[in-house]
Design a protein around this ligand. Sequence first.
Ligand code: WTA
Length: 631
Amino acid sequence: MDLRIKTFEEYKEKYALSVAQPEQFWGEIADTFQWNKPYDKVCEWEFDSPDIKWFANGKLNITENCLDRHLERRGNKLALIWEPNDTKERFVRWTYKELYERVCEFANALKAQGIAKGDRVIIYMPMIPEATVAMLACARIGAIHSVVFAGFSATAIADRINDAQAKAVITADGLNRGAKQVPLKRVVDEALQHCTSIETVIVFNCVDWSPNMVDGRDIWWHDAVKGMDKHCPAEQMDSEDMLFILYTSGSTGKPKGVVHTCGGYMVYAAYSFQNVFQYQESDIYWCTADVGWITGHTYIVYGPLLSGATTMMFEGVPTYPDAGRFWQVCDKHGVNIFYTAPTAIRALMAYGDDHVLSYSLDSLRVLGTVGEPINEEAWRWYHLHVGKGKCPIVDTWWQTETGGIMISGLGDLSPQRPAHAGYPLPGVQPVLLDQEGKEILENGVEGYLCIKHPWPSILRTTYGDHERCKITYFSHYKNHYFTGDGAKRDENGMYRIIGRVDDVINVSGHRFGTAEIENAINENKHVIESAVVGYPHDIKGQGIYAYVVCETMPEDQNEARAEIIETVVEQIGKIAKPEKIQFVSGLPKTRSGKIMRRILRKVAEGEADKLGDVSTLLDPDVVDEIVKGAL
Ligand code: WTA
């Protein structure tokens, strides 16, 4: 089960093999997993439709690979450590055997509630071990989980429930976050007023509140598991059966449900986890992401558990009770591998070095980042103060759609270059294309980042709308998966991700479509029209800048801003709040009515002197007004 490459030379050999003989390469890795019926063919694909199959007709259950197969050798090994928000609360440590029993028990509870293979289940949970149990219990019985980040609003949940036609919601009464508590169940109740497909709501008691419980629909988690058997036969899944749906934003107004399937996702999650982090059997591994994002799926839950690792979950925030919390937790649990986001590093940097310097951090061996390009200053701070100059940093580039890490260093094997993700993992074939879709072969160039061969955890479709998957990812450039990112390849062939080339804004590593935020703003009754762009933000990477046209120019702009923010919070959630809102009398448009975002972006970036020619606009005067009123 050790899938680890051990030297950079070996990486080069494996990489060459993976390109020359992808089926042989992935077949050997897949054979280390538990298949209850062997697959017929490693990979069949064409990117036109797209129609992609990995390990066709193989039968498996990912939870047997995450849990059952470890019981004999690792039954008493820690599978999961949970560190609570409150430093005074006791942490949780579950062995593989305990996790197995809890998953089976809850899987039986789901069955007793009438949930079966193929049903969609929404998970809207705090960062508590039960979130992991809920995901694995769904997978155990073949139900398709769709985790919704607990910061999303009722409207956002309702949209996802309706799109997935989900049958059940698993949630909690509330959650702890720093000094605050958030009422999750109340948000779910509000969402369910706009949904008809939900038959069951299971509520975990996390904060001891007494939420409204609807008779015949809502049941407490502790009641649901009462008397349930701690063994549950695993549903036999086809390799290409859906494992989960995860909603993510794109350049249109409506988030799409990215679909991952069982076999390929399993193989790639474990392979990438072990190699990128150079995971060793005794490691304590901590990924600070939330299970509501793909990073939490692949690198808190599936990748580590498939590898028999000890994975840590953290309920709190990096700054509570103070900005040393991450480092205190690393020392407390002896964390060896630490994986976080650049935005968290920048936020902690801003609190000063003292918070990190008071901890020894000598257990750390490998550091990682994900979610957005890491700037050189943050990279150096992370390297010097957290890694004490001795830990490699793996800058991992990937996406919800890719299911796993695609371009990254492999622990201490690969050469390091700050702000560069580095080389592709074996099996990943990135290319840079120019405007015309021609492959750029030389080094030292920039282009659109595409991938020309499937890897096992590539998305298979967007739920309920295959055409959308095709248009978004496979139609820009024939026979290529289009990532939406621009990248640069240096003289040594290392990749540096520059950022999105589409209308997607990356705020603190969270993706939002500009259209999605505009739709939300336009819900406000005073708003006629709006345009949203990203601008560089010291901590968040990008901030949201909104240009808003109201029926009449608001008299009290601060009040109007607060109202618009409230609308966005209702429609999407707090994480999508615009940082800046500028009221304008009109938007710069071409004569055909298209909004000139380039101009808006330049103004937001503080580069109003570089607007270029605006004389062809419908109403050039609005540009003057916008430049004068820039925030
Ligand atoms: C960006 C997160 C630069 C990128 C796993 C991508 C990155 C989007 C990096 C996916 C990185 C992620 N360097 N940019 N190391 N990692 N991105 O779906 O723009 O939430 O397309 O997946 O984040 O975001 P998503």
